[in-house]
Design a protein around this ligand. Structure first.
Ligand SMILES: Cc1cc2nc3c(=O)[nH]c(=O)nc-3n(C[C@H](O)[C@H](O)[C@H](O)COP(=O)(O)OP(=O)(O)OC[C@H]3O[C@@H](n4cnc5c(N)ncnc54)[C@H](O)[C@@H]3O)c2cc1C
Length: 379
């Protein structure tokens, strides 16, 4: 068993997109420690990066100057979105005239790997494979203890920090450990699989149905993601447990069937993940904030979760620089910082809810079906 002690200005819990972008933007001004429970990024769903994210990548000098080989392993440009939503007629929204360019379809694992590498290269103190264990507050410092999962050869880190950023995703482990509630607005889940793409048309696709909606997109190295979103109680649970049960369900859909038909042998089934809209009741407190999905998590219909995580991280960096309370703790500045941050998060949430309600209410073909009925201005 090994034990390490360290002190840092800012400790970021969670090295996903929110945590990495926050670390990369903050390390110019502060001593930053970033940690994640995973030794390496893992496969996860969520690949469409909104065009506006381009501005953040540019501001942080990310991706632009990398070789074509690196870029191609991380993203491919997505010409736009085609949808069967609200009617059987195909609708296309392209990004041809978007001043920020195309949306990018990411290989999430490679993108997160890249962000972790950049964070390390730019001087962030990174610790991978360790998870939050306990936290306590004394003398203006948070004392955070983290432990690795390997019980036989367990490594313990004790980190003293002036500021904690909870970027642990929807789990919001730090905030939850302080007793802060997470509000859940629906029970949306997503069941997904990936397979080699065989179609010429690689636009992302959304198809609504009585029980929920499908989406499909193509990521680097020509992999296709196919996912179905519904509520936990609307489909027999066994359907989403194995490929053997999910595949027959998927093949019932005539627009999904061609995407999978010729490739059955190469399908990787990833199972089910929660995809509901949730938010923390409190997103900032005594020398801590929640960031990205830890603060607010969006319905995947929005395709905005990653962009929000990045934009949110940049907001935090600017606010910390403006209020400048980390070196000399000043409770008044801290209070003002929390109030502004809270306000910004509320604005993002209100905006998100308006959009979400708008898009769900444009589908009126199954008004009385539970999935759609629940989404007629339900928040
Ligand atoms: C079905 C689905 C489809 C989606 N599609 C899209 C899309 O197309 N476009 C889009 O922009 N967004 C999409 N999203 C949303 C997007 O994936 C999230 O918004 C994004 O991952 C949020 O990033 P994050 O860094 O805040 O959280 P996360 O990505 O969840 O990262 C949290 C990190 O914290 C680590 N962690 C957790 N607990 C601990 C702990 N106790 N100690 C240490 N580390 C910990 C985790 O290992 C992880 O690395 C989708 C989501 C779902 C569910």
């Amino acid at each position: 068993m090994k034990e390490y002690n360290s002190t840092t200005d800012i400790l970021i819990l969670g090295g996903g997109i929110a945590g990495c972008i926050a670390a990369i933007s903050l390390v110019k001004d502060y001593n930053v420690t970033l940690l994640d429970k995973q030794l390496e990024p893992v496969d996860r769903i969520g690949e469409s990066l909104a065009p506006a994210a381009q501005r953040i990548l540019k501001e942080l000098n990310l991706l632009e100057n990398e070789s074509d080989a690196v870029k191609q392993s991380i993203f491919r440009n997505n010409l736009g979105m085609q949808s069967y939503w609200g009617s059987n007629q195909l609708q296309i929204v392209d990004h041809m005239r978007n001043p920020d360019g195309f949306s990018k379809n990411l290989n999430r694992k490679n993108f997160e790997h890249y962000l972790r590498t950049v964070a390390t290269e730019r001087g962030v103190n990174c610790i991978w494979g360790t998870r939050l264990f306990t936290s306590s507050y004394e003398d203006n410092y948070w004392k955070i203890i983290t432990k690795s999962d390997n019980v036989k050869n367990r490594i313990t880190h004790t980190i003293y920090t002036k500021f904690v950023i909870d970027a642990t995703g929807k789990q919001s482990h730090f905030a939850k450990s302080l007793g802060i509630k997470r509000l859940q607005y629906d029970n949306l889940i997503s069941c997904w699989m990936s397979l080699p793409n065989t179609q010429e048309n690689t636009m992302s696709t959304i198809i609504s149905d009585e029980l929920g909606w499908w989406y499909s997109s193509v990521t680097p190295n020509n992999q296709r993601i196919v996912a179905f979103q519904t509520d936990t109680d609307l489909v027999n649970r066994n359907t989403f447990k194995h490929l053997d049960t999910f595949l027959p369900f998927a093949k019932e859909y005539k627009l999904i069937q061609p995407l999978i038909e010729s490739n059955k042998a190469n399908i990787k089934f990833h199972g089910t993940t929660s995809a509901n809209s949730t938010r923390l009741e409190q997103v900032a407190g005594k020398q801590w904030i929640a960031l990205g999905d830890a603060a607010l998590s969006f319905d995947p219909l929005s395709s905005q979760g990653m962009f929000n995580a990045m934009a949110n991280a940049m907001q935090v960096q600017k606010l910390l620089r403006n209020f400048n309370f980390i070196e000399d703790l000043d409770s008044e500045k801290l209070e003002q910082f929390n109030a502004v941050y809270n306000h910004q998060i509320n604005q993002v949430w209100n905006h998100y809810i308006q959009h979400k309600n708008f898009f769900y209410t444009t589908e009126t073909r199954w008004k009385d079906a539970p999935f759609w009925k629940r989404r007629q201005n339900n928040i």
